[in-house]
Write a new protein. Structure first.
Lengths: 267, 382
């Protein structure tokens, strides 16, 4: 089976909160001294793909739309034992919207060949828009399923389990198809082994410009369907109040009367 | 300053090491400190992860890539994660013991031991020091008498790192007690050999989760097939390997200094006195500025030594200079950083207190500062 996994590199969400800064002018987060890492759900998608490959055989390709720095994320995917990787170098908008990214990925996938299964993370840990996967499926004309936490591949049939608010749903599909992967206890990304880390620098990693995949910077910018009007870090306001009362029952009563409106407002 | 030592592949390896330590060591470190030993399963996992004996030949599970920078990345990350004591078993195994197997083992010994050393099923230790001798190694007295196809070993060793957990111990013995240097040989003594006993896990002021023990040998029959290198060349081989051992200790020292510095910098920004963060006092700034400068100097020096080791040109006196200077720096850094923590720095719940105690051994083992200066003095023709 040929599987392609789209991955996104983002600012490390585990950076200390005190180091996180946003630029009000550009309306983007500032890199500062923070690391760039692969979005966690994308790593869950990589792990899912690798497990399918290990059970069935085939090939896994990792694809990203990013900058030269994104090579690190693709090398890491190769170190996790992905077979090959491709990087489309970003031009124009430094924070392209989901539609633009979907367009680029679709053109890149068409260039890279045919795939039985395309996996992505359910959303990215920076903006959390969660639209790119659906839009990419639309671009490629493929069926797609979101919130998938496990996939079984049998004789060309893919059985996907997706998480829902009330439990899980199972769907079967004959590829090609696209799935947006969420985390579960079985797709925790593997830590690359030393030998694989070394090998990852000897595996093929192709870099393409937009022109190489038949697009131009204009094709992917200026068409944004939403606009970021303001970006700021929420200020936390913590208040502490001691409940007074002569008896425990009285205190419970006071506490309940304070909680009730909050519960009512949130339900 | 930007370090020029590493390539992108080492950065990728560093991330994998960080993830491994975060998953398999950091969450257990406190518990291991309490019980005075690690859980040996962690070592096995490190082997499966490919963190042990990286340069071993591929046929034995290694990568065949002889590049000491991989060892250094693991060492540095152990310090950066604040788990000096729980990580030492790996650096000792990789940097100090493994080279003896790599360079001295014959084909049969390689087949027998290499796979286990690489996959973590065999932990190693090296035993030179005896209760009555340390610095003056040539005066050691553990004996190995020729008995046909075996040696009969008698004697004892002390302060042996990995002493409780090790499966293979490289033991320095006298095969010819009439000689000093030329009478020494190296034998690999294995867990389970009759007459080989371990003493208690010694109670130390620091490195609390690192097992350090006395070893006793009473008529242990060690087959000659466990002789590492040639008979009578033990001292020569120890001397050949000591520069790498000392460099490993120096790498620990600088990385530990960096960790302590960052911890302290954070602390002085957060802790207030007289209405301002203590980092705002000129004294704090001068202390930290001095330490920062010295740590950078140490880093540049040691980075160059790592390159020299990879090039095969690190001399005994260079390694001695590196070892004494940065481990003495480590004492100053820990002491000053603890001082800036005030009373909290003396409490074991503050990591700086443990680091201070952990670091104290560094100017002693692997050859004391005084012995390092003797080596340098000798090289000056004095
Ligand atoms: C935690 C720990 C782990 C260790 N791990 C190991 C291990 O794995 N394997 C191993 O073999 N050993 C190990 N050692 C032993 C260590 O290497 C020795 O303690 C060290 O070499 C010093 O020897 P010593 O303790 O006998 O001190 P001594 O040799 O008795 O020295 C005492 C003092 O005298 C000074 N001195 C000695 N000779 C001279 C001289 N000629 N001129 C000036 N000053 C001198 C020394 O510098 C020192 O200050 C470990 C020790 C500790 C505490």
């Amino acid at each position: 089976m040929k599987i392609l996994v789209c991955i996104k590199q983002i600012l490390d969400p585990d950076m200390p909160a005190r180091d996180f800064k946003v630029n009000a002018e550009t309306k983007e987060a500032e890199r500062g001294g923070a690391n760039l890492v692969t979005n966690i759900f994308c790593e869950n998608a990589l792990e899912t793909a690798l497990q399918i490959k290990e059970k069935t055989s085939g090939k896994v390709t990792a694809l990203s739309y990013g900058t030269d720095d994104t090579e690190d994320s693709l090398r890491k995917a190769l170190a996790m034992t992905v077979d090959e990787a491709a990087l489309i170098l970003r031009e124009g908008d430094s924070n392209p919207d989901a539609e633009a990214v979907a367009k680029v990925l679709a053109a890149a996938i068409t260039k890279l060949g045919e795939f039985d299964l395309i996996l992505m993370g359910r959303e990215s840990g920076d903006w959390g828009v969660g639209q790119t996967g659906g839009l990419l499926a639309e671009e490629l004309g493929l069926p797609s399923l979101a919130f998938v936490d496990s996939i079984e591949a049998n004789d060309g049939t893919l059985t996907m389990r997706r998480q829902t608010d009330s439990g899980t749903e199972t769907a079967t599909v004959t590829g090609p198809a696209l799935a947006l992967i969420t985390n579960n206890e079985f797709n925790v990304p593997r830590i690359p082994k030393t030998r694989d880390v070394m090998m990852s620098y000897r595996k093929p990693l192709e870099k393409f410009s937009l022109a190489d995949i038949g697009l131009s910077a204009e094709d992917v910018s200026g068409s944004s369907f939403y606009e970021v009007t303001d970006l700021s870090i929420p200020t936390k306001d913590v208040q502490c109040e001691f409940v007074e009362g002569d008896s425990i029952d009285e205190k419970i009563g006071v506490l309940a009367s304070k909680i009730q409106p909050v519960v009512a407002a949130n339900s | 300053m930007d370090r020029q030592l590493y390539e992108p592949v080492h950065g990728a390896f560093r991330e994998a090491v960080r993830q491994f330590l975060g998953k398999e060591v950091v969450p257990h470190h406190e518990q291991w400190l309490e019980r005075g030993n690690i859980d040996k399963r962690m070592f096995r996992k490190a082997g499966e992860q490919g963190l042990l004996c990286v340069s071993a030949a591929e046929q034995f599970g290694g990568t065949g890539v002889a590049d000491f920078r991989y060892n250094c990345v693991l060492n540095e990350e152990i310090q950066a994660a604040g788990v000096t004591s729980s990580g030492l078993c790996m650096t000792l195994h990789n940097d100090i013991c493994f080279p003896y197997f790599q360079r001295l083992a014959n084909d049969e010994q390689r087949e027998r031991w290499m796979p286990g050393l690489v996959d973590g099923s065999l932990m190693s230790a090296i035993a030179m020091t005896e209760p009555s001798i340390g610095s003056d190694l040539a005066s050691m007295s553990s004996s190995a008498k020729d008995d046909g196809d075996a040696y009969i070993v008698n004697g004892s060793k002390t302060f042996i790192t990995n002493g409780i957990n090790a499966d293979l111990v490289i033991v320095a013995v006298k095969t010819d007690p009439t000689q000093r240097h030329k009478g020494m040989s190296l034998l690999v003594i294995e867990e389970g050999m009759e007459g080989f006993e371990r003493g208690r896990n010694l109670d130390k002021i620091g490195l609390k989760s690192q097992d350090t023990a006395e070893l006793f040998f009473s008529n242990v029959r060690v087959p000659k097939s466990n002789l590492l290198g040639q008979e009578g060349e033990g001292f020569l081989n120890l001397v050949k390997h000591l520069p790498q051992e000392r460099l490993s200790i120096a790498v620990t020292a600088v990385a530990h200094c960096r960790w302590a510095f960052e911890e302290t910098l954070r602390y002085v920004k957060e802790r207030d006195a007289f209405g301002q963060p203590i980092g705002k006092f000129q004294n704090s700034q001068f202390v930290l500025a001095t330490l920062k400068t010295e740590i950078e100097i140490g880093q540049v020096f040691i980075d160059r030594q790592i390159e020299a080791l990879n090039e095969g040109s690190l001399t005994a006196e260079d390694a001695a200079m590196g070892k004494w200077w940065v481990t003495e720096l480590q004492q100053r850094v820990m002491d000053r950083c603890l001082q800036l923590h005030g009373g909290y720095g003396y409490m074991t719940e503050y990591p700086i207190s443990r680091a201070w105690a952990d670091s104290r051994i560094q100017t002693i083992y692997g050859g004391t500062t005084e012995v390092m200066k003797m080596i340098i003095g000798k090289s000056l023709g004095l």
